[in-house]
Write a protein that binds this ligand. Sequence first.
Ligand code: NAP
Length: 281
Amino acid sequence: MTISTLIIGKNGKTGRRVEERLIAAGQETRAVSRSTSPAFDWLSPDNWLEAMQGCTRAYVCFQPDLAVPNAQAAIAEFIRQAKIAGIKHIVLLSGRGEEGAQQAEKILINSGLDWNVVRASWFSQNFSEGFLIDGILSGQVALPSGDIPEPFIDVDDIADVAFACLTQQSLVNQVFEVTGPEALTFNDCVKIIANVTQRDIQFMPISAKTFLSALAEQGLPEEVLWLMNELFTVVMDGRNRNPQNGVEKALGRPATSFYDYATKAFASGVWTLPTPAAENN
Ligand SMILES: NC(=O)c1ccc[n+]([C@@H]2O[C@H](COP(=O)([O-])OP(=O)(O)OC[C@H]3O[C@@H](n4cnc5c(N)ncnc54)[C@H](OP(=O)(O)O)[C@@H]3O)[C@@H](O)[C@H]2O)c1
C-alpha cells in the first residue's frame, strides 16, 4: 500500500518545508490548506475527510495557534475523523508553555494512534517570513517583552525533526521539544539581523497595550488579537527561556544558531530592500 502523508499547512512556514523533504525522499504527499484542492480549513470540519482520504499519516499544523480556546475541540475532531479515514500516525506541531497546547497534546497522546509532538519555541522565521518582516524592512521593530529571552528555532530544524518523526519508526510516540541553542531577546535578534544585513535596524520597546492597538488598527481578526495578547502578556514571561535538546535528540546534530539562520535568510534575498530603480518599474 502507498503511504501518503497528509500535510496540514501547505503554505505555512513548516508545512511547506515538511512537504519538500518528503517529496525529495520520493514519498507521496497531500499538502492542503484553505487555498488547495481539496481544501482544508480548520473552520470547516465537514470537508476534512475528503482531504484525509488515502493518507496513512499526517503532519498537523493548527491555525492560528493551539493556545486559542477552540483548539482542543478541533484537534479531538481531527483525530476522530483521521481514524475513520485510516490515518495511523499523527505528528502535531505544538507550542511551549501554553496551557491550551498542552491539553491538545494530551488528546493526541491518549488517542490510540501513533503520535509525535514537536513542541517548538518561537520561530526565527517570524523575522523573515512572518509578522516581524515589515519591521525588519522598515528599520524599526516595535514590540512588548523586548527583554525576555527566548531560544528562537529555525523552522528548517522543525521540518527536519517532523520529517524524521514521519519516516523513522524508532522515533514514534515521543515528544521532541525543539528550540534554538541559545536564549536571545527580541532586541538581541534585531542586533544580529542588523549586523548580518549591515543595516541600521532598531528595536523599540512598547507597551502591550500600544502593540495591540496597532494590530487592531490593521484590522486583524479578534482571535489573532486575543492570541497576541496571550503570547505577549501571559506566555512571554520567561517560562520558556531555557533551550531544550529536541533537535539533537531526534537528529543527532545541534540546532541551528540564530546567527546562522540570519545569514541564510539574508542570502535568500528576503531582507533585500528594493533599489529606487526597481521601485520605479
Ligand atoms: N510562529 C511561531 O513562532 C510559532 C511557534 C511555535 C508554534 N507555532 C505553531 O505554528 C502554527 C502556525 O504557525 P504560523 O503562524 O507561523 O503559520 P504558518 O505555518 O506560516 O501558516 C500560515 C498558513 O496557514 C494557512 N491557514 C490560515 N488559516 C487557516 C485555516 N483556518 N485553515 C487552514 N489553513 C489555514 C494559510 O494558508 P492558506 O491561506 O492557503 O489557507 C497560511 O498561509 C500554529 O499551530 C502555532 O501554534 C508557531
